[in-house]
Design a protein around this ligand. Structure first.
Ligand code: AHR
Length: 500
């Protein structure tokens, strides 16, 4: 029997809501079809945004949305995506399938979407093929409330008042698709570009995000930060760097043969979870480097691309990265979010890739149909952690399972909301065995418990024909004990408890 000790007296920091963030790129059917269908579509929409998708995302409490890429960001020229749609420039989306990008979804449409979702904005700028002037003018266009060439243009295009840009990324993957730069070279560009991300009088501060490493590339972190903080020290008056990104994808095979999203065995189940858990080590590694430059942890580690990357669904465009989503994705989401919660002192944002129809999506669409994936349900079950206080928790009596690619059978995180409600999220990583757990509090008696469960076979998934094979249901199996609570979690499950 495993025991989960919750020390509700030991508070470990605030879980930033943005840890539950999302990413949307001009890639495949994420933006077009998935989120945006145009005003004249037969699919119910408000100003072009799909009503069914927007409603589901609001229900999941989406806190922030990153856009327009990804690799696409470093090829994106924002002026192509403003003004009358008929005259917007058409371009080739060279990164993703070589399709025509008609720029009908641009800056105005992005802010409209975020307004409908009620979420924060995170725009990724172009360093790879864009100029400092272009980036600077985009900031002026979006945030300046006064008379200026760009603000006037925004007004001409129908938006009198400026928008709020919460986060701005200075390039994306500049070690790769964003320009193949060395860390020293990018570090210098960061110093220069960020300087022209102006904080206009009266505008809310924009949090600037520096391009961080790919997975375990500690040298990138070290050298970028060394360059950024080298002599002469950057002025801090208007902020210099509020975040450093980290990208980490879980690929069960290799990049040539990643593995099927739905057709896998138990060995691949454990291999995938084992690789997903590695993000914990990555956070430790990069945080240790960040600590050298930023011991007070003012700069957040923004895991702004993470999730499973499998082979595309057979018969779909390889450049569109469309994949199904099973209970394996649910477990990867559950353990990753638990890890991010536990690192909330350094991890301030995480954006799963990507929101709809691309990679590990929370929603899949086909024409006017929409399904929620197992990953969606995990985000929904975990939403109570957003903005809550992380509590100290320890699991004892767990087992290492899965052979060569071993994982613990159970994993958890615990937080307390401002009204005192405790939220426990527990994952049973075993493909075959249920796990009894006792929950013990340092200083609390549980009066009332509400619980939910997401469970199914390893490959269980929702389809357009059977959309509710995997869905969150009430979990009745929690009993009060002398010491606290006890429950048995079925194999291959995620459980969330709300305890008052
Ligand atoms: O999410 C798909 C791609 O993965 C993004 O465009 C890029 O940043 C990363 O390599």
């Amino acid at each position: 029997m495993a025991t989960l000790y919750i020390n509700d007296k030991k508070k470990k920091g605030t879980i930033s809501p943005e840890i539950y963030g999302h990413f949307s790129e001009h890639l495949g059917r994420c933006i077009y079809e998935g989120l945006y269908v145009r005003e004249d579509s037969g699919i119910p929409n408000k100003n072009g945004m799909r009503t069914d998708v927007v409603e589901a995302l609001k229900e999941m409490q989406i806190p922030v949305l990153r856009w327009p890429g990804g690799c696409f960001a470093d090829e994106y020229h924002w002026k192509d995506g403003i003004g009358p749609k008929e005259t917007r420039k058409k371009m080739v989306n060279t990164n993703w399938g070589g399709v025509v990008e008609d720029n009908s979804f641009g800056t105005h449409e992005y802010f409209e979407l975020c307004e409908q979702l009620g979420c924060k904005t995170y725009i990724n700028g172009n360093v790879g093929s864009g100029t400092v002037q272009e980036m600077s003018e985009w900031i002026e266009y979006m945030t300046f409330d006064g008379v200026s060439p760009m603000a006037d243009r925004r007004k001409e295009n129908g938006h009198e008042k400026p928008w709020k840009v919460d986060y701005f990324g200075v390039g994306n993957e500049n070690w790769g698709c964003g320009g193949n730069m060395t860390p020293e070279y990018y570090g210098n560009l960061y110093r220069r570009y960020q300087n022209f991300i102006r904080h206009y009088h009266g505008a809310a501060p924009i949090q600037k995000i520096c391009c961080g490493p790919n997975a375990g590339d500690v040298r990138w972190t070290q050298e970028v930060l060394k360059t950024c903080f080298a002599h002469p020290a950057p002025p801090e008056a208007h902020g210099f760097m509020e975040g450093l990104s980290l990208h980490y994808y879980t690929v069960p095979g290799d990049w040539q043969k990643k593995g099927s999203a739905t057709d896998f065995d138990e060995a691949e189940w454990y291999k995938t979870l084992h690789k997903a858990l590695y993000v914990d080590t990555l956070i430790h590694m990069h945080s240790a480097v960040m600590d050298q430059f930023d011991p007070e942890k003012k700069i957040g580690l923004m895991v702004d691309e993470w999730g499973n990357w499998f082979d595309v669904e057979p018969g779909t465009n390889p450049g569109f990265l469309y994949q199904q989503n099973t209970m394996r994705d649910a477990l990867v989401a559950a353990v990753s979010l638990n890890i991010f919660n536990k690192h909330c002192d350094r991890v301030r944002m995480a954006c799963i890739a990507q929101l709809v129809n691309v990679l590990q999506s929370v929603i899949l669409t086909e024409g006017d149909k929409m399904i929620l994936t197992p990953t969606y349900h995990v985000f929904h079950m975990y939403k109570y952690h957003q903005g809550a206080t992380l509590l100290d928790s320890t699991l004892t009596g767990t087992e290492q399972i899965g052979g060569e690619d071993s994982v613990p059978n159970l994993q958890e995180s615990v937080s307390e909301q401002s009204d005192g409600t405790i939220c426990v999220t527990l994952a049973n990583l075993s493909a075959s065995d249920s796990a009894p757990v006792e929950i013990v509090f340092a200083d609390r008696k549980a009066q009332q418990v509400t619980a939910a469960i997401l469970t199914g076979t390893m490959q269980a998934h929702n389809t357009f024909e059977n959309p509710d094979v995997v869905k969150e249901t009430a979990f009745e199996g929690v009993a009060q004990t002398e010491k606290g609570l006890s429950l048995t979690i079925p194999a291959c499950s995620v459980v969330s408890l709300r305890i008052r």
